[in-house]
Design a protein around this ligand. Structure first.
Ligand code: GMT
Length: 380
């Protein structure tokens, strides 16, 4: 199959899922064409079966806001025609589904078929899409898609309820490649790599996000401050975004800045996650929580919030711990108890990886996408 994929190429979860999906599809022998304004960051160095088509957005004095969605539609139609794509798969509804719809119509006018699949990821439905300025066009893009998937049951329900979408939505959860994301089984190697961040007798907590307000990264620091008050610990923050400086200030204000390390954006989080004892993910909203899944595959359970699709991923008390949003005291208490009980943490570490392998394994989930493409193409 020849598949066109469009996503936000920067450090958001939907771009990560789209890129990993493209890599897995290419691994299965499909031809994958990424169409976006810049190369998705996890694509770096991948070649076999993968092509990247940049979308140039030209400026003009009249354009206060250069129309990316139109440039994207135009490029999608070109790539589909020149590379003979069978279908487009767009990640994040806004504006990608609407651009795909335009591309489909452009090709139809030339006697060519170009069905498109839209995958809903999160804030396209729960935040941005709800904005009255975007809601009608988002709903239209979803309704007109040839196939719609959602990354959790929760997000599917939200889409049906808030957008009054009547077309079927297939839930295909996010996935992780457990051969790439795995614990470091050699204890000596792990201990050596961990020395970069913590002394052997110190606990290592990690957070990974795009530092947007919805991630509540300041709560991460508040939780860590409570933990560091009780035991020797370090915090490593991976990622960057609008909340970074507020988070840095808070670490200083709470007097824990010497125990906190900011790594910024990192390409190979699979090398970092296995070094942690726990992941902190106290998000306000999370339709799935990909960072937690990647950590779980590395035998790192998450202390997270009981929101959105997170309970579909984390079994509270078994593969991680779930709390109310903002309850930093309870999250710190839960983390402290777990970190102080080696046997309990060890059982949870193994269960977390087992869940990732059993329910969210890349090869199983990617198969579901391929089957879904087949049904869309079969509709004629
Ligand atoms: O909102 C974000 O954090 C980014 C967003 C995205 O689309 O880039 O992430 C959403 O999609 C991820 C991948 O499917 C999910 O793991 C995240 O839970 C989801 N984020 C939210 O719902 C806040």
């Amino acid at each position: 199959m020849k598949i066109g994929i469009t996503c936000y190429p920067t450090y958001g979860g939907s771009g990560v899922v789209a890129t990993e999906l493209g890599i897995e599809l290419a691994g299965l022998g499909h031809e994958v064409h990424f169409i976006s304004y810049s190369q998705p960051f996890r694509l770096a160095g991948r070649k076999e079966g993968i092509f990247y088509h940049e979308v140039p957005v030209s400026s003009y004095p009249l354009f206060e806001f250069p129309p990316y969605d139109l440039a994207l539609a135009s490029r999608m139609a070109e790539v589909a025609e020149f590379c003979e794509l069978d279908l487009l798969h767009v990640h994040y509804a806004i504006p990608h589904s609407v651009s795909a719809l335009l591309a489909r119509q452009m090709l139809a006018a030339r006697g060519r078929r170009l069905p498109f699949v839209t995958t809903l990821h999160g804030t396209d439905i729960t935040l941005v899409g709800l904005d009255r300025g975007y809601l009608p066009i988002t709903r239209f893009g979803i309704q007109e898609s040839d196939g719609v998937t959602s990354i959790s049951e929760y997000l599917k329900q939200r889409t049906v309820e808030d957008f009054d979408v009547t077309r079927p939505i297939e839930v295909i959860p996010n996935f992780v490649n457990c051969d790439v994301y795995h614990p470091i089984d050699d204890e000596d190697l792990r201990a050596e790599a961990r020395l970069r961040f913590a002394q052997p007798d110190e606990k290592l907590l990690m957070h990974l996000s795009n530092f947007r307000p919805v991630k509540r990264v300041t709560d991460v620091v508040k939780i860590f401050a409570r933990i560091a008050h009780e035991m020797s610990a370090r915090l490593v923050l991976v990622g960057d975004g609008p909340e970074r400086s507020a988070v840095e200030w808070l670490a200083h204000d709470l007097g824990i800045h010497t125990r906190v390390q900011f790594l910024g954006k990192q390409d190979q989080v699979n090398k970092l996650l296995p070094l942690a004892d726990l992941l902190l993910m106290p998000s306000e909203q999370e339709s799935f929580g990909l960072a937690a899944l990647e950590a779980m595959a590395c035998c790192v359970p998450a202390v997270a919030t009981n929101v959105g699709g997170v309970p579909e991923l984390i079994d509270n008390g078994v593969t991680g711990l779930l709390y109310e949003v903002g309850d930093v005291d309870e999250m710190a208490a839960g983390a402290l108890e777990l970190l102080g009980d080696w046997a309990k943490l060890e059982v949870m570490r193994r269960s977390a990886r087992q869940t990732a392998k059993k329910h969210f394994c890349a090869s199983d989930i990617v198969k579901k996408y391929v089957e879904f493409y087949d049904t869309v193409l079969a509709k004629g």
